[in-house]
Every structure is written in C-alpha cells, then in structure tokens.
Design a protein around this ligand. Structure first.
Ligand SMILES: C[S@@+](CC[C@H](N)C(=O)[O-])C[C@H]1O[C@@H](n2cnc3c(N)ncnc32)[C@H](O)[C@@H]1O
Length: 349
C-alpha cells in the first residue's frame, strides 16, 4: 500500500497498486488487473468491503456505485484519478446508508440541469437507477402516467440523460396520456367534485418537438398499457402516477402484473394525487393502491415511511417525501439480492 500524500490522498501513479492491494485483500487472493472482480466475488458484501477500504485507506470520495460501474482494478484505478478526497459533510449520520451517496447524486443532477427538475422525480429516479446499478441491470425504464402539458415528462427525460451519464446506464422514458385530458370520471371513486372530463389537455405537436429520447404512448391506459408491455420495454424501475382518477390509477397499476423480467424487484412509485383536498383511502389513487394490495398475493405496494429523514436536508419539508411507495415484486428472482442501501462501517476486515 502506498503512502498517502500530505492531503491524505494516494498519488495517481500509485493508485493501481493501491486498488489492486485492496481488491486482493478483500478477495483473499490476487486478481488480474483486467478481470471483473464482481464476477469473482465469493460474497455479496465483497463489493461493499472494497468500497469501504477505498474510502478509508485511500481517503477518496468514492461511491459504492463506482465499484459497480468500474469492476476491474485497471478501470477503477483509472477512474479514481478523477475523484476528490473525502469532504466533511453535514449529513454524516447517513453515511452507514446509501442515502448520503444518493443525495450527492441528487444534487449533482440538479446542479447540472439546464431546466427545473421536479425534486420528487429526481429522488425517485435516482433511487431507482441506484438499485438498478447495484443489481447490475444495463438498461431500465422510467414511466410517467399522466403527462398533460409535459412539464414532468421533460424533467424526467433530462433526469434520465444525466443519470445515464453518471451511472453508465441505459434509460428509456415513456409518458402515457390520452392526449385529450382526463377521461370522464365514472363515479364517486374518481373524485368527480375535483376532476372533470377534458381537464389538463395536451398540445401533442408542441410537446413532441421537445422530446429527445422520451416517447409518448397516447390513448387510454387500459388500451395502451397491455400493448406496450407486450412489446417488452427495458425493466421498469421508476413510475410516476399522476392520473388523478381512481379508475385510471387502477388501470396503470396493472403494470405490476407483468412478468418479473419486465420489472425491477422493487419499483419506486411516486403518487401525485394522494395528499390533501378530498382524496383519501376511500377514493382516488389511494383506493387503487389499497385494492391492488387486497387483490395481489405476491405483488404489493408498500409506503416508504420517514423518507424525509433520508431526503437531502434542503428538501425535508417537501410534500413529496410523503408520496413514495415501493412496489415489492415478491416473486422476483432478484428480490433477495443485496441492494446497497445499508452498509456497515465496521465490516470486520
Ligand atoms: C394532472 S395531469 C398530469 C400532469 C403532469 N404529470 C405534469 O407533471 O405536468 C393528468 C393527466 O392524466 C391523463 N390521464 C388521466 N387518466 C388517463 C387515462 N385513463 N388514460 C390516459 N391518460 C389519462 C390526463 O390526460 C391528464 O393529462
């Protein structure tokens, strides 16, 4: 192991030997500089051990995702030449969890974007992409149900572009909408005192001119979703439900009946219309969630409790921290794989 320089970081020319030393020690044997050490790992937590050791012994602000993105000694050492020493952070209490790292990614996206990004979408999409990276998915999808003028979809498109660059991940973005505003509310479950037919229409041509990678799926969700899923998009990782009506949310949640290969084992869900006003457990999107859970044994939507304690400090009072659910795909073959969310500082190495 090389001696750190006066600032506490290892000199660039000594990095490869240092990384090789860390990886070999964790694996308990030498490894070739071009070999994929994630494939060689005997234990799921070896990647976390490599990460912890790089942070502690090299004093670099490396992230756990970096170990997944650069899984050879040579590529990791090359990447580490661009990484800064560890800063002092005011969220250090989160350091045993991935939340600190995800919050740093969150801020990097907001800083880099040329358009306003919905913080709720940044958080959900970043968590989803992080999970995909941990589980070694090369490509994922983000879906928005309810597009209207397209502000949310354009934000999601930009978020996907930035996350793709940050995490070296392919991300497809799809927006579902009638193109003509809300369908007619059917009964009291659709909260007709609040929503009406044709509300939130879309200027399709204007929006399409601004789409680079994102795609519109136009028509009623009950008609378009089955055809869309049959075509086999990249596995779905993040979903925003912003369709207002119970009946539309019910149709969108049919997504979760897809075969496991089309879904991540846990899918991040943001629900836009579950707070305040006259919505509650007995109507609107919350009723659709409740009924979905009642009628499915191995697919469940679970509320993420206390999210504001993990969110970036500047967003802890935001309402969206009360609007996230995780879809648990309990029969997914990858359900039990380590997700990188919890890491123990003292891993006994
Ligand atoms: C509140 S707006 C969406 C706003 C948008 N997410 C944003 O960030 O600006 C709700 C949209 O959901 C769409 N919608 C509702 N039910 C639908 C259904 N069953 N099929 C397709 N689109 C639907 C409507 O066309 C409407 O444009």
């Amino acid at each position: 192991m090389s001696v750190p320089d006066p600032q506490g970081a290892v000199a660039p020319e000594a990095l490869e030997a240092a990384v090789s030393g860390v990886v070999s020690q964790v694996l308990g044997r030498p490894i070739a500089r071009g070999a994929n050490f994630l494939e060689a790992r005997e234990n799921t937590y070896d990647s976390v051990r490599v990460y912890m050791q790089l942070r502690k012994r090299l004093n670099l602000d490396v992230r756990l995702v970096d170990v997944f993105i650069h899984p050879t000694v040579a590529s990791l050492a090359h990447y580490l030449k661009t990484v800064q020493p560890r800063p002092k952070v005011n969220e250090e209490q989160l350091s045993g969890f991935a939340y600190l790292e995800v919050n740093q990614l969150f801020r990097a996206l907001v800083r880099r974007s040329d358009i306003p990004l919905k913080p709720s979408y940044v958080w959900g999409a970043t968590q989803a992409a992080y999970l995909a990276t941990m589980l070694r998915y090369p490509r994922i999808s983000f879906l928005e149900f309810g597009v209207a003028g397209g502000r949310g979809l354009l934000a999601l498109q930009r978020i996907a572009e930035l996350l793709s660059e940050e995490l070296h991940l392919g991300i497809e973005v799809y927006g579902f909408d009638t193109g003509r505003g809300l369908p007619k509310p059917q009964d009291w479950r659709d909260v007709p005192q609040q929503w009406w037919e044709g509300e939130f229409p879309m200027d399709v041509r204007k929006l399409e001119r601004q789409l680079r990678g994102a795609k519109l799926v136009l028509g009623l969700i009950q008609d378009t979703l089955p055809v869309f899923m049959a075509r086999g998009p990249a596995p779905v990782a993040f979903v925003s439900i912003d369709v207002d009506l119970y009946s539309s949310a019910h149709d969108a949640l049919n997504l979760l009946e897809a075969k496991a290969s089309l879904l991540l084992p846990r899918v991040h869900f943001y629900f836009d219309d579950i707070m305040g006003l006259t919505v509650s457990d007995i109507n609107g999107e919350r009723l659709a969630i409740h009924e979905f859970n009642e009628s499915h044994e191995l697919r469940k939507l679970g509320f993420i409790y206390g999210l504001r304690h993990w969110a970036p400090v500047e967003h802890r009072e935001d309402m969206w921290t009360d609007q996230f659910f995780l879809a648990h795909i309990l029969d997914h073959p990858k359900y039990g794989e380590y997700d990188g969310l919890i890491r123990i500082d003292d891993l006994n190495i």
